[in-house]
Design a protein around this ligand. Structure first.
Ligand code: SAM
Length: 236
């Protein structure tokens, strides 16, 4: 059986009881980085073999599948949050499903859900684009297409490119496009900022060093169409 086990995104207390139980009872833990995962396991007093899972290495997928085929219970984790969400895992899950190996996906921390819930905007529908392609042209096309669906768009971005991304949003959707930054979620310096794409790009471009982990939420402009979005679903 393959268990997909979310791990904390910044606060170790956010691991679930079920995640701990699964990690304790699994035969092996499959992970991105064995050193990092061993630190997490040691923190919770779990001693368990961990094996590196690399989505770009077919042999590593084959090794994990072999363990699952032989009846082992394996827990798949990533460096933080939910595996397969902008993280490795999906190829193994796909292969396991194709072979009829049981897969169980545990609920738990993920930066996208955490950011959306704290943003104070409609969560009825949204588009999650994860990390956008590095090429500005491709990234701009994706942002424009997703924003055209008339609901919020959520991006993951690294501190090294966040200013460029805010500038790209301003160029693509307009300087006044509302953006919410959720930074360092669940960590000591958790920070929320609300502004326009341009104002936030200006603010962050003036900082000496941009650090931390960022989720960007591109919100809809205030207006009557937003009221419609929040209207009760006609099916209920
Ligand atoms: N699998 C993870 C999840 O479920 O959220 C995402 C992993 S992805 C490689 C890492 C990105 O997630 C970061 O670059 C950042 O955009 C976002 N992220 C992860 N932890 C975060 C945090 N504590 N605060 C804000 N964003 C975070």
């Amino acid at each position: 059986m393959l268990y997909i086990v979310p791990t904390p995104i910044g606060n170790l207390q956010d691991i679930t009881l079920r995640a701990l139980e699964t990690l304790k009872t699994a035969d092996a833990v499959l992970c991105e980085d064995t050193r990092r995962t061993q630190i997490l396991l040691a923190h919770f007093g779990i001693s368990k073999p961990s094996y590196r899972y690399n989505e770009n290495d077919e042999r590593s997928i084959a090794r994990c599948l072999e363990a699952l085929r032989s009846g082992k219970n394996c827990a798949l984790v990533s460096d933080c949050g939910t595996p397969c969400i902008s993280d490795p895992g999906w190829k193994l899950v796909k292969a396991a499903v194709a072979e009829g190996i049981k897969v169980s996906s545990l609920p738990g921390p993920s930066a996208v859900a955490c950011a959306l819930a704290g943003a104070g905007i409609t969560g009825g529908s949204f588009t999650f684009l994860g990390f956008l392609p590095r090429k500005p042209g491709k990234a701009a096309k994706l942002i424009a297409a997703a924003y055209g669906l008339n609901h919020p768009v959520i991006l993951y971005e690294s501190p090294y490119r966040v200013v460029k991304m805010l500038q790209l949003i301003a160029r693509t959707l307009g300087a006044d496009t509302p953006v919410i930054i959720a930074r360092e979620l669940s960590k000591v310096y958790e920070e929320w900022q609300r502004g326009t794409a341009e104002s936030l790009a200006d603010e962050w471009s003036k900082k000496n060093k941009v650090q931390g982990e960022f989720v960007l939420i591109i919100d809809r402009p205030a207006g009557p169409e937003r009221e419609d979005e929040n209207a009760p679903d006609p099916y209920f």
